[in-house]
Design a protein around this ligand. Structure first.
Ligand SMILES: Cc1cc2nc3c(=O)[nH]c(=O)nc-3n(C[C@H](O)[C@H](O)[C@H](O)COP(=O)(O)OP(=O)(O)OC[C@H]3O[C@@H](n4cnc5c(N)ncnc54)[C@H](O)[C@@H]3O)c2cc1C
Length: 89
């Protein structure tokens, strides 16, 4: 990797295999009885009473709580909940 500016180096830092980490997390959800909907696009979330209705391009899901962890795509989904977010470029 090439860097144009200062770089933070920590001698005790480690390396994580991102693909393996995601696979492990997904596997853990399934082991604990959760449902993983792969290749399913979350559409804007609708607040419904005390909860929310999450529409997807697959099944819809009614939930008490929705955690949106969409990374750089967060503003698109968070905006639908009336939480305007602007990430720095
Ligand atoms: C090139 C690069 C190198 C990096 N290197 C490092 C590093 O060395 N060390 C480090 O600590 N961090 C690194 N990062 C940062 C790290 O990748 C992020 O901080 C981390 O991935 C954020 O995790 P997240 O789960 O919040 O979001 P993400 O990993 O971005 O995950 C968001 C997920 O949501 C999904 N999604 C988005 N919208 C929808 C939708 N509507 N429906 C369904 N799914 C949706 C996306 O497909 C994605 O899988 C790097 C980032 C980049 C771009």
């Amino acid at each position: 990797m090439r860097f144009d500016g200062p770089v933070l180096f920590h001698p005790e830092a480690g390396v994580l295999d991102a693909d393996a980490a995601v696979a492990a997390r997904v596997g853990r959800v399934a082991e604990r009885g959760g449902t993983v909907l792969g290749r399913t696009r979350a559409l804007p979330v609708e607040a419904r009473g005390d909860g929310a209705l999450l529409r997807t391009d697959g099944p819809g899901i009614a939930a008490d709580t929705v955690v949106v962890a969409a990374g750089p795509w967060l503003p698109e989904l968070a905006g639908s909940l009336g939480v305007p977010l602007a990430l720095p470029r």
